[in-house]
Design a protein around this ligand. Structure first.
Ligand code: FAD
Ligand code: SF4
Ligand code: SF4
Length: 1004
């Protein structure tokens, strides 16, 4: 049913390998320097398996605070391969950790044995049966992927984990995951019809109601559970809407003989799930969201109880520690505005959602006059904005600046909703004497608050508090007869509390179940059943117990948020947000599905390098670090999209710089840093230069010597440089820095147009088009004389001194030019519109990557006065759109029906919402514009031109190319990034334009 595909070769180097000498009670890792017998055995199965050091470091963490290095990872494509590899591991005495996206917060997805990663290949969705309301999925299918598939049919998979963009159905079943809408949908276990599982001895079995499989195991389990009914009802009394820790004993009692109930929630300790037949639900016909704002979390808890009679689909709570993290975050600004958080401050908010009789229930909710104020939303886009804040909750909190972070360890306890006010008071009385701050957010309707005390796990004093809070919370939850792990699993974090929570009697029942399925303790040993190995404060990530030490003096400021290299690196908490398949972060993961190609993978490898866990122990140079860094496009997608704002582009630039300082700048990096110089040279005799770029033998030589792919076209040099055209066009020049065009139409004052390297030497027509638009608007346009390249190419190569030199030169020049222009402009000050708010002349950019250099990276390079220049910088399109927003008739455009599609540059998207580009294009009468939901083009400056990156570059571009190829003939393709246009031209028949060209051509 699930097909076998092409096998992917393992990475080239094989590092240390190790085997479990003894599976239990105390698993031990034996490390030897050559291929071990277990490894050989596992390899012989034919499954894609990797034992190299890179893989071991990548799979040593999940989204928890724990770190355990496995012996390797396997990536099965079929149930047979999974069976082979699991049996081989078991025979060789190696434990097995099934894994999905690794978003476990409790350490469930890590272990010392073999990680069997089901997320890579098993992503097939088949057997959709709308009548029966069922579908079959591979264990690696991601929840968003399933819902995208079901939506056109009017259905969805109900349980909605916040990690829906990457959490796999295998992981969701194993954790019996659920989300905000438990009141409507219940938990994942409620939706399992049948499971295809792989047992520790390699048997592949199908289980579920009515199936005769595993009869002996079923009978054994049935009799053990039935013998303990009283203890089960005593320990697991009704009223709890989420899951209990461990196996679903109470569910099995309600559905005898149904082994699904035992497997769902078993956290990969019984068997591996390969595929599942699932129940699906019709999409809600309508939705409405009532927002209630409170002065305290306590009031919100009380209000939750008072709202339950309205039978909401969800009541979610968010509080100030959480929504304060959205401040200055581009991604969440629209949500902040909608919630009016700045204008009308509050301490906590309830999100109350209804699926039925929406208008009526929302009006009752409003009539109850709870809290400080209410807001009613029925617009889908607005509701999604608010949900996006809630969904990013956990990662937003961990994105807090500084060493102390909100830590996940008591974040998964649930009580009955009516107990919430008292439970919260209990928690507060634990935190207060320890002087601990915490956020209380989560699923109020189901009594689950994700409470995360803020602790610095690098500090011994806070580690002590960590344990105290954990111990006391376990006791508190027991007092309420609640569940210590209601969604996220027992894993490593909560195993030591299982005896207190479940008692010896129920733990014995569970042990018997474990024994029936997995007598040799192959799957996830030491979890759920304490063997002394997994304690809440064991196996902490190494950077907590041994602070990271940088072998270099950082050059960059990490100014946006953390103020330090390590601060930014430690922002990565492993949440897996960068494993999603949409938007910008992370293009290389989207193209390859390889962990090392994700932002998380890169951050983990940088950490491993600094912790000397890489081959050769050189923190600056190792095969692992090369693999992680060399494929990063520096697209900046992670900065705005990672909820903790990990900035891999900066981390990469800093590490490359440290290498260059120590080992010297390689010739290739030197050449790529100097594209402006190459432009100047190429334009001396453009026909000769262009002929040589087309000369096959020379291109082959270039590929062999500097690694520029012969398959890539290279931009041709122009016979009329843009700066020279401009000088001629303006006919007059002003001494010193700036040349002006003295146009009769000076009513709006002056602007500086930044003539970037590409416009100047390769695409002057774009600059000319920009001149036309700006002059038609009434601006006096000037270029900066003696400017240097913005430094982006050098920055991308980690040639930071060169980038800083160029930046300083430009900033000094523009500061002097600005003041001069400013005084000249004063004559027309009365007529100034957009200029009036600026201290000096605006500087407009046609190329987004130059713009981001000025507004962001000069500041990172600690260039003096960079801020004052940055304030005057605008992306050309944004500036024009702002002017037209103030004066819609400032330009007259020709009418002409046309479709316009816009591919926005990653750097532009990292700094602003590109939606304005659609508005701008639609200012042209008759045009229907769309901003494509495309990510990175894959070119990223020099990256796509490299021979060794060509295939990856093309693969990354696939989605974009697909979109462009599918546009109807005559569609205008707009791409304002030079690299993006280059990639589109190389891979399609389209001829993309800059927005300036579209506007200029349409001017009447
Ligand atoms: C920011 C954040 C928010 C979260 N929000 C929620 C939430 O709203 N609701 C919720 O329920 N959880 C939540 N979680 C926890 C986690 O995302 C979910 O439990 C998710 O379902 C795990 O899926 P995964 O694919 O990442 O599994 P993994 O983390 O890879 O594995 C989880 C467990 O399942 C086992 N497992 C994985 N695949 C298999 C398989 N094929 N066969 C057998 N066992 C397997 C693993 O051994 C492990 O014990 C959140 C986590 C984070 C980081
Ligand atoms: S890089 Fe960001 S999104 Fe990715 S795992 Fe780390 S914190 Fe999460
Ligand atoms: S900069 Fe781009 S390619 Fe690099 S890790 Fe971030 S999102 Fe991925």
């Amino acid at each position: 049913m699930f097909s076998q595909g092409r096998s992917v070769p393992a990475f080239g180097w094989i590092g240390r390998c190790c085997a479990l000498s003894n599976l239990h009670p105390r698993a031990k890792v034996k490390k030897i320097g050559m291929i071990s017998a277990p490894e050989r055995k596992i390899r012989q199965t034919g499954c894609d398996v990797r034992f190299d050091n890179l893989t071991r470091q990548l799979y040593a963490t999940d989204a928890s605070i724990y770190q355990i290095e496995p012996i390797g990872a396997a990536f099965p494509r079929s149930a047979q391969q999974a069976s082979g590899v699991i049996r081989a591991a078991a025979d060789a005495g190696v434990s097995v950790v099934p894994r999905g996206a690794g978003t476990s917060l409790s350490g469930g997805a890590i272990g010392e044995g073999l990680i069997v990663d089901f997320s890579r290949h098993n992503r097939q969705i088949v057997e959709l049966d709308l009548e029966k309301r069922s579908v079959r999925v591979g264990a690696g299918v991601v929840l968003d992927q399933l819902n995208d598939f079901l939506r056109p049919h009017g259905f969805c998979f109900g349980p909605d984990v916040a990690t829906s963009s990457r959490a796999t159905l295998g992981g969701m079943i194993a954790n019996n995951s659920s989300g905000a809408h438990v009141p409507v949908y219940g938990t994942t276990a409620d939706h399992v019809i049948s499971l295809e599982i792989v047992m520790a001895d390699g048997r592949i079995e199908k289980i579920g109601p009515g199936r005769e499989t595993l009869r002996a195991e079923r009978e054994k389990i049935d009799s053990r559970i039935r013998a303990h009914v009283r203890e089960i009802s005593e320990r697991m009394p009704p009223g709890l809407l989420k899951r209990w820790p461990g196996y679903g004993l109470e569910r099995f009692l309600r559905a005898p003989n149904n082994l699904n109930e035992i497997l769902a929630g078993s956290e990969g300790t019984l068997a591996a799930i390969f595929s599942a037949e699932l129940k699906i639900s019709p999409l809600p016909r309508e939705k409405g969201l009532g927002l209630i704002f409170f002065a305290s979390a306590g009031e919100a808890m009380q209000a939750t109880v008072e709202l339950l009679d309205l039978r909401p689909a969800a009541i979610e709570h968010i509080d100030r520690p959480l929504f304060d993290q959205t401040k200055s975050q581009l991604l969440f600004q629209a949500a902040r505005d909608l919630l009016e958080l700045d204008a009308k401050p509050c301490e906590s908010i309830l999100l109350v959602e209804f699926y039925e009789d929406v208008a009526e229930r929302l009006s009752i909710l409003q009539g109850r006059k709870l809290g400080l104020r209410t807001k009613i939303l029925t617009d889908t886009a607005q509701m999604n904005l608010v949900w996006s804040v809630r969904k990013a909750g956990l990662s937003l909190l961990t994105g807090r600046v500084g060493a102390a972070k909100p830590v996940a360890f008591i974040e998964d306890a649930a009580v009955r909703p009516a107990q919430l006010p008292e439970y919260v008071r209990g928690l507060q009385s634990i935190m207060k004497p320890l002087d601990l701050e915490a956020s209380y957010y989560g699923h109020a309707a189901t009594g689950l608050l994700h409470v995360r005390p803020v602790l610095d796990l690098h500090s011994a004093a806070d580690l002590k508090k960590f344990r105290q809070v954990a111990d006391q919370t376990s006791a508190l939850v027991k007092q309420f007869k609640g569940s210590l792990s209601a969604e996220h699993g027992v894993g490593i974090a909560r195993t030591e509390y299982m005896r207190e929570q479940l008692g010896d009697e129920l733990l014995d029942v569970m042990r018997a179940i474990k024994n029936a399925f997995d007598p040799k303790n192959v799957f996830n040993p030491g979890k759920i059943f304490a063997n002394g190995r997994h304690k809440i404060d064991n196996h902490l990530r190494e950077n907590f117990t041994r602070p990271l030490d940088l072998p270099f003096e950082p050059r960059l400021a990490f100014a946006f948020k953390d103020g330090s290299f390590i601060g930014n690196l430690e922002q990565c908490n492993g949440c897996g947000g960068c494993l999603k398949q949409t938007d910008i972060m992370c293009p290389t993961f989207m193209a390859t599905h390889e962990e090392v190609m994700s932002t998380r993978g890169r951050a983990n490898i940088i950490r491993a390098a600094l912790e000397l866990r890489v081959n050769g122990h050189d923190p600056l140079r190792s095969a692992e670090l090369d693999e992680a860094l060399s494929n990063c496009l520096s697209c900046k997608g992670c900065t705005p999209e990672c909820p903790s704002n990990v900035n891999l582009a900066l981390l990469k630039a800093e590490l490359m710089y440290a290498r260059h300082r120590r080992d010297g700048l390689p010739l290739r990096d030197r050449i790529f840093s100097s594209v402006d110089l190459l432009g100047r040279l190429g334009c001396v005799m453009p026909s000769v230069a262009n002929a040589s770029l087309n000369f096959r033998a020379l291109r082959t030589l270039m590929e062999k010597t500097v690694g520029v792919s012969a398959r890539r076209s290279l931009p041709h040099y122009t016979s009329e440089r843009f700066d020279r055209w401009s000088a001629q066009h303006c006919r007059a020049s002003v001494p010193d820095a700036v040349a002006f065009h003295r146009n009769a139409l000076q009513k709006r004052g002056r602007v500086i147009l930044w003539d970037d390297t590409f416009v100047r030497y390769h695409e002057p027509h774009i600059g000319i088009a920009a001149f036309k638009v700006l002059e038609a608007l009434g601006f006096e346009v000037s270029l900066v004389k003696n400017r240097e390249c913005c430094g982006r190419p050098a920055f991308s190569q980690g040639n930071l001194d060169a980038a800083a030199r160029a930046g300083k030169h430009n900033v000094d020049l523009l500061n002097s030019a600005g003041s001069q222009l400013s005084s000249l402009r004063s004559a027309t000050a009365r007529q100034a519109t957009i200029n009036s708010q600026l201290s000096a002349t605006p500087i407009l950019f046609l190329e987004p990557s130059c713009y981001s250099m000025f507004v962001e990276d000069y500041h990172e390079l600690k260039i003096e006065n960079a801020e004052s220049v940055a304030k005057r910088c605008f992306l050309f399109e944004k500036f024009v759109d702002d002017v037209l927003a103030q004066e819609p008739d400032a330009l007259q455009f020709k009418n002409g029906p046309a479709t316009v599609v816009i591919h926005a540059h990653c750097h532009a998207k990292s700094l602003m919402n590109p939606a304005f580009m659609r508005r701008l294009a639609e200012r042209l009468p008759g045009r229907k514009a769309t901003v494509l939901d495309t990510g990175c083009c894959g070119m990223a400056g020099a990256f796509g031109a490299l021979a060794e990156k060509y295939d990856l570059s093309v693969k990354i571009a696939e989605h974009l190319i697909d979109k462009i190829d599918n546009q109807p003939a005559g569609t205008e393709i707009i791409a304002s990034g030079t690299s993006c246009r280059h990639q589109i031209i190389d891979l399609t028949n389209a001829r993309p334009k800059h927005m300036a060209e579209l506007l200029a051509e349409a001017i009447v």
